[in-house]
Design a protein around this ligand. Structure first.
Ligand code: GLU
Length: 471
């Protein structure tokens, strides 16, 4: 068997939707799993809605996700001549015919069908104008479209996801393949391109199932065997409705800005409609590639659960080495307008296991770097109120005890020993020594262990914060 060739064929008419990203990912995984080739084709034939800016957003989104293409990006608009030639080839072979009907004549035909309560279908036997009338209209220079003559036969395929699917040609329209301005419509362009690009597997959303019999008929009429089709399920929100902006962010770029890591997004998207079999959920790239098969794509719609994505992101934040987090954290710090010369690695290390998003992680780093970002939260205030006067008093004790540690002793191990000695010598509970420090340094009651927190905030800054809160 020759190596598979798959493609992702987005129309650059908007941002990169998570559904599109999932389709791209499945194609990419299939190519990586089989030693195949992943082709990127930008379907920019809708001149009014396609923009270079949208194309760039799609390319950036795929690059960020780590879904890299092997060939392309190809632009469908560049192949208009081939689309045209393929339509002409069908015309010459008698598999397509010219339709000189005007818009108002078509409206009349539609109205007739409606009056009979029948769905309108353009049929050659019924609607093709007599040769003489065609010749007259041709001489008059009237415009025409080219319609495909749909064969009256069964059109069936074994979908890699849905199994056997069968249509009857007589239930399908003699659809237009070339508009009167000479431009190809989607089904013609896509088949022409998929043939030219030697695509072996078409993996795309199941909203395209109804286009597939038309495309298969075109393949055969052009003398080519159709590829394997795998129609992947829709993505719904947690309320069971089609995923839309009502459910929150649907653009891949928004998740990047919200501090989701590409590795987590990739893992999460892979599980939207595919399962490795079994309960494993944390599947880094190499596992996804090793385990991905078309057979494990599900028919039923997938549910986009943003809470699960955030949970998964937290898992990746804990798991990934600090080095891999440096760039995303720096980007989030920029978005938060935090400038620092400091080595971020120890700061990231201190807070990454307690973070759900890179944004959340960067916010904690910002607080550790800059006291003006401390906000005393409800838990912090409640704790201080509960301790009453002892809150400030304990902090003064801490300040005294830690002031004697010089910069060379300011590390987590020595700080911990110093705080334990303080608790023992004063009889103050260790928790009532530690927790006020946490509140003084961060405003809240949850953080890395206090000695580590003191170490990352640094000697001068820690003592200043403790001094202020205990003052
Ligand atoms: N441009 C089409 C879309 O975005 C491609 C469909 C296909 O993959 O054939 O829906």
């Amino acid at each position: 068997m020759t190596a598979p060739r798959v493609r992702f064929a987005p129309s650059p008419t908007g941002y990169l939707h998570v559904g599109g990203a999932r389709t791209a990912l499945f194609n990419w995984l299939y190519a990586r799993a089989t030693g195949g080739t992943f082709v990127l084709r930008i379907e920019d034939t809708d001149k009014e809605r396609s923009t270079p800016a949208h194309t760039q957003v799609i390319l950036d989104g795929l690059s960020w996700l780590g879904v890299g293409w092997d060939e392309g990006p190809f632009f469908q608009g560049a192949y208009a001549e081939r689309h045209h030639a393929d339509a002409e080839r069908l015309l010459a072979a008698g598999r397509a015919y010219k339709d000189y009907l005007t818009a108002s004549e078509l409206d009349i035909e539609r109205a007739k069908a409606k009056a009979l309560g029948a769905p309108f279908r353009f049929e050659r036997a019924r609607h093709e104008l007599p040769a003489a009338e065609q010749a007259r209209r041709k001489t008059a220079g009237m415009p025409y479209a080219i319609r495909f003559a749909m064969p009256d036969a069964e059109i069936a395929w074994d979908d890699a996801v849905h199994g056997h699917i069968s249509w009857q040609g007589r239930d399908l329209d003699d659809f237009i393949i070339l508009r009167s301005d000479g431009s190809a419509i989607y089904n013609m362009a896509v088949v022409s391109d998929d043939i030219a690009m030697a695509i072996t597997h078409v993996i795309r959303g199941d909203d395209h199932i109804s286009n597939t019999p038309k495309q298969i008929a075109l393949y055969r009429a052009l003398g080519h065997e159709p590829p394997v089709f795998a129609h992947v399920p829709m993505i719904l929100g947690t309320d069971g409705k089609k995923l839309s902006k009502r459910h929150g962010a649907t653009a891949v770029g928004d998740y990047r800005d919200m501090g989701i890591l590409p590795a987590a997004m990739r893992n999460f998207l892979a599980l939207l409609g595919w399962s490795p079999g079994g309960n494993d959920e944390i599947l880094p790239e190499s596992d996804l590639i090793a385990r991905f098969t078309l057979e494990h794509i599900q028919k039923k719609a997938a549910v986009f659960d943003a809470a699960k994505l955030e949970w998964m992101n937290g898992q990746y934040l804990s798991m990934l080495p600090v080095l891999e987090l440096l760039a995303p954290v720096r980007r989030q710090l920029d978005l938060l307008h935090v400038q620092t010369e400091r080595d971020l690695a120890p700061l990231i290390d201190a807070v990454k296991t307690r973070s759900r998003t890179v944004t959340h992680l960067a916010e904690q780093i910002a607080v550790r770097l800059d006291a003006s970002r401390i906000v005393r939260d409800d838990k912090g205030s409640q704790f201080a109120a509960k301790l009453g006067d002892r809150f400030a008093a304990n902090l003064r004790l801490v300040h005294q005890a830690l002031s004697v540690c010089d910069a060379s002793e300011w590390n987590a191990a020595l700080l911990e020993a110093a705080l334990k000695r303080l608790a023992e010598s004063t009889g103050v509970k260790l928790g009532d020594v530690m927790q006020p420090i946490r509140v003084a340094l961060t405003g809240g009651t949850v953080s890395e262990p206090v000695p580590e927190l003191l170490a990352v905030v640094g000697r001068e800054e820690s003592l200043a914060r403790i001094g202020r809160a205990g003052g």
